[in-house]
Design a protein around this ligand. Structure first.
Ligand code: AMP
Ligand code: ZN
Ligand code: FE
Ligand code: FE
Length: 287
């Protein structure tokens, strides 16, 4: 039994609907998935329903863009209570930041002589959590770029002319946010950042796990993070980071996380839900 715990749908910058995603998971023989859309849990209800119908496990989750000092990192929140008011409120703010950022990126493109309209991006994105991939798709659709790679290379990559920095929640606040929503905080694809020096501080702040397996990790990168996870007693997770058809071949099916890691994750989430402050069940003392 295997799982994929890092997946996106069209509720953020993936292309599959939650139902399509579950369909692909089933075809790849996965017995558990987590939906980790950027800054939203809005797709989790539909994905949970589809997963239940398909008879596979579903973990509600999200991917937050955070920072610690000048270092950007992505934090995955697993087993979230998707009705948690503070979580929903903060995510609504992140979504507003994303929408304003799209407008600013389009304004920059306009100043570069590219007559793209923000409405075209929002219509194409058709979600509350739009991102750079939507701008890239709109640039391709409008005939301004040949493909997504060109859009990122010419305009959207960090420090390229249409790139706009994004407000990010501090990693320590993001961990707290995930915890108060009943979830577990996991550092996503640490091998992409290569900023291992921040891990002890995150652990100190309550980080629960490391995404050791990811499509962009080589086997030796995974080994490296498995060692670090062991050292710090962290949970081990893994996922494909599939965005559907947006980046060539869909990545779902490339990571097959052994199910025992999912069980450890669920166990930890359950333990976390039992409030530490609650008194132990009272046992009548014999007199
Ligand atoms: P955003 O959250 O709006 O900053 O967009 C981040 C998304 O853009 C992530 O899903 C990345 O996988 C994707 N992305 C970042 N850089 C590139 C790139 N060079 N080519 C294609 N997609 C990219
Ligand atoms: Zn994405
Ligand atoms: Fe990420
Ligand atoms: Fe992702």
């Amino acid at each position: 039994m295997f799982a994929d715990l890092h997946l996106h749908t069209n509720f953020s910058d993936g292309t599959y609907t939650p139902e399509e995603l579950v369909g692909h998971a089933v075809r790849h023989g996965l017995s558990a998935i987590a939906l980790t859309d950027h800054d939203t849990v809005a797709g989790c209800g539909r994905a949970a329903m589809a997963a239940a119908q398909a008879g596979i496990d579903f973990i509600p989750a999200a991917e937050l863009t955070a920072e610690i000092g000048d270092t950007e990192l992505h934090l995955l929140g697993y087993s979230l209570d998707v009705t948690n008011p503070q979580l929903l409120d903060e995510m609504a703010q992140f979504q507003e930041v994303r929408q304003n950022r799209i407008r600013e990126m389009v304004a920059r493109l306009n100043r570069l002589g590219i007559p793209l309209r923000a409405d075209a991006v929002f219509t194409l994105a058709n979600c509350r959590s739009p991102g750079r991939p939507h701008v890239a798709r709109a640039l391709v659709q409008g005939g301004f770029c040949a493909d997504l790679d060109e859009a990122f290379e010419r305009f959207l990559k960090k420090r390229r002319p249409a790139w706009v920095p994004k407000f990010k929640i501090s990693a320590l606040d993001a961990i707290k946010l995930v915890h108060q929503a009943g979830g577990l905080a996991v550092m996503a694809h640490p091998g992409l950042n290569r900023t291992d020096e921040i891990i002890p501080e995150l652990v100190e702040a309550g980080l629960d796990g490391l995404e050791c397996f990811h499509t962009k990790h080589t086997p030796s990168t995974s080994e490296h993070y498995l060692r670090i996870a062991r050292e710090h007693h962290l949970l081990v997770t893994g996922g494909s980071d599939c965005h559907g058809m947006s980046k060539g071949q869909p990545l779902i099916g490339r990571i097959k996380l052994p199910f025992e890691y999912v069980e450890l994750l669920k166990e930890r989430a359950r333990a976390r839900r039992i409030p530490e402050s609650s008194p132990p069940p009272s046992v009548p003392t014999p007199r």
